[in-house]
Design a protein around this ligand. Structure first.
Ligand code: NAP
Length: 334
């Protein structure tokens, strides 16, 4: 196909609320030697996009300044060093920004095929949460079959994927969420028990549900107010994996004793600053271990809502309202 020189993409007119987002015309990006150019059919919306729009999460210097961390579409051009991908291939990709656009580049190493039977919206909903959950829960957190996991924010895009994958890989999952409807959704997705954190203390509930033992891994995005209780609900050799601080990063006094006595590991990571090789290594594990599970339909994305690209501000407003369960996806082209 002929690749145009100009495209429609989303731009933010300064930092602020969803109303700073506009559709504008700009140049189609040119792939580097290790990248492909993708004609975008759908793009996922993620909480880091909200924080970037607010001006609080500047992209790394080598990344696109445009919003959008994941897309699904069709490869239309490939850089000289790309092997194994060619024009016409349907891929979903963890991008280095720029997904809210008609065309987007991504390193070939960060592309994966659409699982069997998927459409563009479903495929676009995969990369950000699957890369993040695999890297943090399984690689960093070393969650193993037969172990238990507590997921905070169980109805978030990340939370849904964490519940599904941990359950599919043989773990017992507990999840917190902010309403009874969200708790019920977590349980339908495979959590052994959901905990409404507004009406119950998650530490008490975890102790009760595990007969006082605690869980092996906690995946947390809440931060400081949960930190002491996260440590207290970890079992011997437990791991706390921190992927965000929605309610603050600064912890006041806390007791180090459980870290030593129960041999706890406190860790965490971000995805964006990782190198292409590091993201490619995660993609390789996803392709080998997780994509077959998706191909068989044993788990998959939960799409809460889709919006046309022109309604990106409404998509951001919905995510900020917190009413969603699962993913919000932008439809970019038919
Ligand atoms: N480190 C990384 O590599 C990485 C990568 C991607 C995303 N993230 C982070 O992961 C988080 C989720 O991202 P997302 O895109 O899935 O966003 P999202 O769908 O908007 O999820 C945010 C969730 O936080 C929950 N929450 C807020 N306060 C809570 C509390 N006190 N206890 C339990 N849950 C609470 C909300 O649920 P309720 O309505 O139930 O409160 C909501 O489900 C974001 O903070 C994002 O920045 C990190």
């Amino acid at each position: 196909m002929t690749i145009p020189s100009q495209m429609t993409h989303v731009a933010a007119e300064g930092a602020g609320g969803p109303d700073v987002l506009r559709l504008v015309t700009g140049p189609v990006p040119v792939p580097r030697p290790d990248e492909v150019l993708i004609r975008v059919l759908a793009a996922g919306v993620n909480r880091p996009d909200i924080v970037q729009r607010q001006g609080l999460y500047p992209p790394p210097p080598t990344a696109s300044p445009l919003l959008g961390l994941e897309v699904a579409g069709e490869v239309v051009a490939a850089g000289a060093e790309v092997a194994g991908l060619q024009a016409g291939d349907r891929v979903c990709a963890l991008t280095n920004g720029g997904g809210y656009a008609e065309y987007c580049v991504a390193p070939a190493a960060q592309c994966l095929p659409w699982p069997d039977g998927y459409d563009a919206v479903q495929a676009a909903a995969l990369p950000e949460t699957y890369f993040t959950v695999w890297a943090n829960v399984f690689m960093l957190g070393r969650l193993a079959r037969g172990e238990s996991l507590l997921v905070h924010g169980g109805s978030s895009g990340i939370g849904v994927t964490a519940i599904q994958l941990a359950e599919a890989f043989g773990s017992t999952v507990y999840a917190t969420a902010g309403s009874d409807a969200k708790v019920a959704a977590c349980e339908r997705l495979g959590a052994a028990a959901g905990i409404n954190y507004r009406s119950a203390d998650f530490l008490d509930e975890i102790k009760r549900l595990t007969d006082g033992r605690g869980v092996d891994v906690v995946l947390d995005m809440v931060g400081a107010p949960y930190f002491p209780r996260n440590l207290r609900c970890l079992a011997m050799d437990g791991r706390l994996v921190q992927i965000a601080f929605l309610h603050g990063a600064k912890v006041g006094e806390f007791d180090l004793t459980p870290v030593m006595v129960r041999r706890l590991t406190i860790t965490g990571s971000t995805m964006r600053p990782r190198t292409t090789a590091q993201k490619g290594a995660i993609a390789a594990q996803l392709r080998e271990r997780v994509w077959p599970v998706l191909d068989h339909g044993r788990c998959g994305p939960v799409i809460h809502a889709t919006f046309p690209l022109a309604e990106v501000a409404a998509a951001h407003a919905l995510m900020e309202s917190g009413a969603h369960i699962g993913k919000i996806v932008l439809r970019v082209a038919a």
